[in-house]
Design a protein around this ligand. Structure first.
Ligand code: HEC
Ligand code: HEC
Ligand code: HEC
Ligand code: HEC
Ligand code: HEC
Length: 479
């Protein structure tokens, strides 16, 4: 008891006496308010109701709130020293410090001030943090707050996943994913602040496995059956001749009898591979686990010596790697837009000229926009004056479309150009399926040699290839 009385007399009373000044009181209110908000969020997070695992939440919970907490703590002694030196200068230092007495109006007002200020701070800090959390979970934050995401942000709104938040695919559900994302997010933020980030940004091995992301929404086994792909292409001749390719893809899946078939059925869960580059474009070794548990190893004839390295289990992302932000080849993009009406196929050689202009190299999107537009205009002005005079609106529209295609796909400041981000779904533009199905990955089963097949018909029926008027389309009533 004696000890406590000493403590009260020598420490607590002077502390409260000097602490009763605006700076220290505000400091105290700030510290208690940010502590309350932090504890509140920790409890919510612990109970698993956080609802957010955004990597940049670290900015609020690891930087801003603790910063306010420390700021408040620092303000308290500053106020104390300030009051003490003022009283000292005025010669008013008390020889004995007043008793702690709730009846004392000065002391009571101090406490009331702290309680009210804490409450106000709590509301402000709490609302700001809550809004910050909500904001950081929006694709707007991921895609726009940081200009290095411009390429993905441009491709995202036109994908089938435009309504799926970036975090749904980029951050694994659960606590390890959360911690990993937090550490990574903070690292990436520092890289951006220091202007020291990779250009282009490649996903490499950084994506969480599909079972922690895609499969929260998709069913791995869903029977999809065959899917008809209709591709419209335009030629490089004066008339931009249109042709059609019809591919009936055997996507397959697991049917109602549990039988696996087709492209989906062939891979799920039992194929592993080793790649020699971080973007998984070169795959010298593939292993398939058979029904009896044995593994058939397919090794590329190009591999020199035995292949070693980390084994990856093949999942959705090994084929659907561009599900949410797909970049086109200039040919595919132009064909798609021409099929929708712009550039108009009535402009002579617009397909050929458009490709030349889009494939040229420019230092920025602004430069590309002005040079593509000027290039197309001068082409028609000099080569087809009649068209230039008669179809000016279509030429303007064509230039706009070409610029839009370029701006969605090429980002000179990030060193993202045509083909930087390969799409693994086919085999014509990028290695894709043929990373393994090149007919060159062989297994030695006793005496016979088998290969990962590249028989066209196991994957699709080519109903028509570059035909002007495929009969099948007419049969289906399509044009
Ligand atoms: C449907 C799932 C999905 C969504 C939604 C998604 N991504 Fe991705 N993202 C991926 C996959 C899969 C890759 C890996 C691409 C690869 O390996 O080629 C990737 C790769 C990336 C990369 C690495 C560079 C690149 O283009 O390959 C960046 C940057 C990126 N995403 C940003 C974003 C941003 C920003 C958003 C939200 C606006 C977003 N992503 C939304 C699935 C998604
Ligand atoms: C939050 C839910 C959600 C997540 C996570 C998600 N998807 Fe989807 N996905 C959808 C919805 C909804 C559609 C249908 C969109 C439509 O038809 O317009 C879709 C469509 C697709 C399609 C068909 C359309 C296309 O673009 O070809 C593919 C393929 C696909 N998703 C693959 C993936 C892959 C791979 C991942 C993981 C990297 C993933 N999805 C993650 C909800 C999701
Ligand atoms: C071996 C490559 C491969 C793997 C692995 C794969 N897919 Fe596919 N998937 C395809 C191909 C090829 C298509 C048809 C072409 C297309 O839609 O672009 C397709 C089509 C789809 C579609 C679109 C169906 C439609 O009606 O448009 C969805 C959805 C889909 N896959 C989801 C998944 C999910 C989820 C996984 C992982 C469990 C997965 N796929 C794994 C190759 C693959
Ligand atoms: C990482 C390597 C790899 C990639 C990439 C890959 N596959 Fe396969 N695929 C295999 C292996 C291994 C088999 C099993 C071969 C066997 O059993 O002989 C297989 C089997 C198949 C089969 C069944 C063949 C049969 O004889 O029944 C189809 C269909 C198929 N793949 C389609 C595709 C498509 C479409 C793509 C691209 C979207 C693709 N694969 C990409 C490794 C791969
Ligand atoms: C391992 C599976 C697989 C094999 C084997 C395969 N293809 Fe394909 N092919 C695909 C897939 C998947 C697509 C669809 C790509 C997409 O969705 O855009 C495709 C698309 C095509 C297209 C459409 C045009 C285009 O630009 O996409 C043509 C043409 C084609 N394949 C020709 C062939 C020929 C010829 C062979 C035999 C030498 C062959 N394919 C073997 C999987 C395969």
């Amino acid at each position: 008891m004696a000890n406590f009385d000493q403590f009260k007399k020598n420490w607590l009373r002077p502390f409260l006496f000097y602490g009763n000044n605006p700076i220290s009181l505000i400091g105290g209110a700030l510290t208690t308010a940010s502590a309350l908000v932090l504890i509140g969020f920790w409890v919510v997070e612990f109970l698993g109701h956080g609802g957010s695992n955004n990597p940049y939440l670290g900015i609020i919970f690891d930087l801003i709130l603790p910063g306010l907490f420390v700021l408040g703590l620092v303000l308290i002694p500053i106020g104390i020293l300030w009051r003490r030196s003022r009283l000292k200068a005025a010669g008013e230092l008390p020889s004995i410090y007043p008793e702690i007495d709730l009846g004392d109006p000065v002391f009571r007002h101090g406490i009331e001030f702290v309680v009210i200020a804490t409450f106000i701070n709590f509301v402000i800090v709490g609302t700001a943090s809550y809004r910050g959390v909500a904001y950081m979970d929006t694709p707007n934050f991921c895609g726009q707050a940081c200009h290095v995401m411009a390429p993905e942000w441009g491709a995202y709104p036109v994908s089938s996943h435009a309504g799926v938040a970036c975090t749904e695919c980029h951050i694994a559900a659960g606590i390890p994913g959360f911690v990993h994302a937090k550490v990574n997010g903070t690292k990436q933020l520092l890289m951006v602040v220091a202007h020291d980030y990779p250009r282009p940004i490649m996903a490499g091995d950084k994506l969480p496995p599909a079972r922690t992301t895609c499969l929260n929404c998709h069913n791995a086994d869903k029977e999809i059956g065959d899917k008809l792909l209709v591709e419209t292409s335009y030629g490089d001749d004066e008339k931009n001749s249109m042709t059609r390719t019809l591919v009936l893809l055997h996507v397959g899946g697991r049917d109602q009898f549990g039988h696996l078939s087709g492209i989906h059925g062939a891979h799920l869960g039992h194929i592993e591979y080793i790649s020699t580059d971080s973007n998984h474009q070169t795959i010298p070794w593939v292993g398939k686990t058979n029904d009896d548990g044995s593994v058939t190893e397919f090794v590329s004839a190009d591999a020199k010596g035995p292949v070693a390295g980390e084994k990856h289990i093949m999942d959705c992302i090994d084929c659907h790697n561009r599900a949410a932000h797909s970049f086109d080849t200039p040919e595919k993009a132009l064909n798609k837009d021409m099929a929708e009406g712009s550039p108009s196929a009535s402009l002579p050689f617009v397909h050929k000229q458009g490709l030349v202009l889009m494939k040229a190299s420019y230092t920025s999107q602004q430069e590309a926009a002005s040079k593509i537009t000027a290039g197309l205009e001068s082409y028609y002005r000099s080569q087809y004056p009649q068209i230039w005079n008669g179809q000016r609106a279509q030429i303007d529209q064509a230039a706009k479309t070409l610029v839009a295609i370029y701006s969605r796909n090429v980002f000179p400041f990030m060193k993202v150009t045509w083909g930087t981000h390969p799409n693994n779904i086919g085999h014509n533009d990028y290695p894709g399926c043929f990373r393994c199905h090149d007919g060159n990955h062989n297994a030695k089963n006793g005496k016979s040699v088998t290969s990962v097949t590249n028989d066209c018909s196991v994957c699709h029926n080519l109903l028509a290839v570059d035909e002007p008027n495929p009969k099948q389309l007419a049969d289906l009533g399509m044009h």
